[in-house]
Design a protein around this ligand. Structure first.
Ligand code: F6P
Length: 335
């Protein structure tokens, strides 16, 4: 049974069209992305039968082994995003270069950035994975389709979202005026509004970090974690809980649900790369979502959304979640 207030994704987006002017083209694009996510969800759930949970023999541009489902998910995003006439270019974690959809992109056209299957090392374990996307609207006509034209700062995003493939499939979206969560009602093809106005509480006592990297941390993060671990006996004066799913979408969903912070800092081992997580299709969309929900997203001392991208697959430090904790981390980085 669903409650009558569980309106469909389309009904909700049309309300947003009337309320804050979300364009119909953006709604069509989001519906296409939602379709891709429904199909990816189905493919993941049937992966044990189709034998697609494992690796391919290829590596992606990041040098990471591609899972068969990474490729399947990428194909779905490519297929469905290309359906909308206002999409000028697609940027995927799985592809080396920009895939241009137009020879002469115009003001108002969209660039879509996506990580089609984030956390895919969890697939064989039946642990939650997700898809992440970010949409930028061109502010002027482009004179060329040089790949550098898509290097646009996160503050220019008009929309960001993710699908979480967990016990249920969630679709969480911001179009720049709050964050709303939808759940796929199995067998109907509909995402229904189940988590309106998602917010990140300012205070928390839960943090997420891959603690096995402790020996590589720089002093600000080492200090922050050390103080959390000292709990009520330390300077923080309260006990902290720690979680690490190794699936950024699941971590962000937890933070949007009950607060917390997620940290993938730059450290002495990943410093050459600039960090671990990718700016355009991981850090930017998650940063936008978290800020829209009242949280903060930082590279350590400044906003993720202010980073001027220099490379398609650029990596950055990511510290995001409850604002009081990110403020403290920023202070430690700036002092
Ligand atoms: O995309 C990278 C990712 O899989 C994230 O989803 C996740 O947070 C992180 O890597 C896990 O990193 P690690 O392997 O260090 O636990």
């Amino acid at each position: 049974m669903t409650k009558s207030e569980h309106i469909t994704f389309r009904q909700f987006m049309l309300q947003e069209h009337r309320r804050v002017g979300v364009t119909k083209d953006l709604i069509f694009l989001l519906e296409d992305i939602a379709t891709a996510c429904r199909i990816i969800s189905h493919q993941i759930r049937s992966g044990a039968f189709s034998g697609t949970l494992g690796a391919t023999e290829d590596t992606n541009v990041q040098g990471e082994t591609q899972k068969q489902l990474d490729v399947i998910a990428n194909d779905q995003f490519m297929l469905h995003c290309a359906n909308t006439s206002r999409v000028a270019a697609l940027v995927s974690e799985e592809l080396d270069n920009v895939v241009w959809q137009k020879d002469a992109p115009k003001k108002g056209d969209y660039i879509v950035y996506f990580d089609p299957l984030d956390g895919s090392s969890n697939l064989e374990l039946n642990i939650s994975v997700g898809s992440i996307f970010s949409i930028v609207e061109l502010e002027e006509d482009l004179s060329s389709t040089d790949d550098a034209a898509v290097l646009i700062a996160g503050q220019k995003q008009v929309c960001a979202g993710y699908a979480l493939y967990g016990p249920s499939t969630s679709l969480v979206v911001t179009t720049g005026d709050g964050v709303n969560g939808f759940t796929h009602l199995n067998g109907t093809g509909e995402f229904l509004l189940t988590f309106p106005n998602m917010t990140v509480p300012a205070a928390t006592n839960e943090f997420a970090i891959n603690a096995s990297r402790q020996k590589y941390w720089y002093p600000p993060v080492a200090r922050y974690v050390d103080e959390c671990l000292h709990g009520s006996d330390g300077p923080r004066g309260k006990n902290f809980n720690m979680r690490w799913v190794a699936s950024m979408v699941a971590e962000v969903h937890r933070i949007l649900t009950r607060g917390g912070v997620f940290l993938y800092p730059v450290d002495t081992q990943n410093a050459d790369m600039g960090g671990r997580l990718r700016l355009l299709y991981e850090a930017n969309p998650m940063g936008f979502i978290i800020e829209q929900a009242g949280g903060k997203a930082s590279v350590g001392g400044s906003r993720i959304l202010d980073v001027a991208p220099s490379d398609l697959h650029q990596r950055v430090p990511v510290l995001l979640g409850s604002s009081e904790e990110i403020d403290l981390l920023d202070d430690y980085h700036n002092s």
